[in-house]
Design a protein around this ligand. Structure first.
Ligand code: UDP
Ligand code: MG
Length: 337
């Protein structure tokens, strides 16, 4: 899915003058088992581009294992590593937002999972496309080595999102993407409490292109997106980019009213023209009552979920708090000192 392109010059001017800086935003939640291997692979990847200045922004999303200690150790070895540690687990999307807000000054930002499911080497292709003038390079899965169940639910989600969303959101993409600094500057202006980043990036516009890749299986540890979290993300994707469910409620209401009108005509006809025959009723009544009762509850739930989002936005709580920031500038800053 390509949005209309902006003039080539936008990309060309990225190459003149000073060294360009590319920041990786790397969300981490209980990834102690793979972090070393991940970082080694990331370094191997970035070695191919000695002409660029890299920064590795690890965002520890309130991990309960030794991830944070490991990240701080990585930072002691390599001052291009920045460690942000959220005060509590806020979820993948917010962790990425925290990283983006830190990385706004980079010329390009690459968002990458730290479980080696998104192969770091693909980011070299992204950088090449960016240098060719593309503002958003998203990784689109050619294949994915996930369970059949995860593949099936993902397919269902994209189908639904496609039908409901007012913004076309590219299918089979995760949050693995490169964004030019102009895009990052826009994305951090979306102040949603429950952000759906791939939708936001699509909504922001700019010139977007895909690179295809094969998604690997998780190298170690387990998915932090259990079924419940997956549904929550899907619901957030649909609710933040579509009010179609709300409109469907009234359409369904009209349909059922029309049907009941027809039933009324039938009852009247039997009463008037076949008065020896009584209209058999109670089974139909019982079933109809439970059907409508259930339907009304579901519809209230739909309205409630939108209302809940409105409430969340109105409360306007901060999206995350930083417990610790360790940047290349100096010693780790805990909010405690
Ligand atoms: N993650 C996070 N906070 C969370 C859950 C996950 O920062 O609450 C990170 C996780 O460490 C990984 C990325 O987000 O780097 C994707 O998570 P996961 O692999 O569990 O998702 P999946 O690949 O199964 O969709
Ligand atoms: Mg994963």
């Amino acid at each position: 899915m390509h949005t209309p392109s902006t003039p080539k010059s936008a990309g060309a001017e990225r190459h003149v003058g000073r060294r360009r800086r590319v920041s990786y935003v790397l969300p981490v939640y209980n990834e102690a088992a793979v972090l070393e291997e991940f970082h080694a692979e990331l370094l191997r990847t970035t070695e191919h581009r000695p002409d660029l200045d890299f920064e590795f922004v690890y965002v520890d999303d309130g991990s309960r294992d030794t991830s944070l200690e490991q990240l701080l150790a990585l930072r002691r070895r390599d001052h291009r590593v920045t460690v942000l540690s959220l005060a509590a687990n806020r979820g993948h999307q917010i962790a990425v937002v925290a990283g983006l807000e830190h990385a706004v000054h980079a010329d390009a930002v690459i968002v990458l999972d730290t479980d080696l499911q998104d192969p770091p080497v693909v980011s070299l292709e992204m950088i090449a496309a960016w240098e060719g003038g593309v503002d958003v390079v998203y990784a689109q899965r050619r294949t994915r080595d996930d369970t059949l169940f995860k593949r099936a639910t993902a397919a269902g989600f994209y189908w639904l999102l496609d039908r409901l969303s007012s913004t076309p959101i590219p299918r089979d993409t995760g949050d693995f993407r490169l964004m030019d600094r102009r895009v990052v500057a826009e994305v951090v202006r979306y102040r949603e409490k429950d952000p759906f980043l791939r939708g936001i990036v699509a909504h922001a516009g700019f010139r977007q292109e895909a690179v295809l890749f094969d998604r690997d299986a998780r190298r170690a540890g387990e998915s932090k997106y259990p079924l419940r979290a997956m549904f929550a993300l899907a619901a957030s994707g649909i609710a933040t980019f579509s009010s179609t469910p709300l409109r469907l409620i009234s359409r369904l209401g009209y349909l059922i009213s029309a049907l009941s009108l027809l039933a009324g005509v039938y009852v009247l006809a039997v009463r008037l023209f076949a008065s020896d025959q009584a209209v058999p009723g109670w089974a139909f009544l019982g079933v109809g009552m439970f059907f409508l009762g259930g339907l009304q509850l579901v519809m209230m739930g739909v309205i409630g979920s939108y209302l809940g989002r409105v409430y969340g936005e109105v409360q306007d709580r901060p999206r995350y708090a930083l417990a610790l920031t360790a940047t290349s500038a100096g010693t780790p800053q805990s909010t405690r000192d």
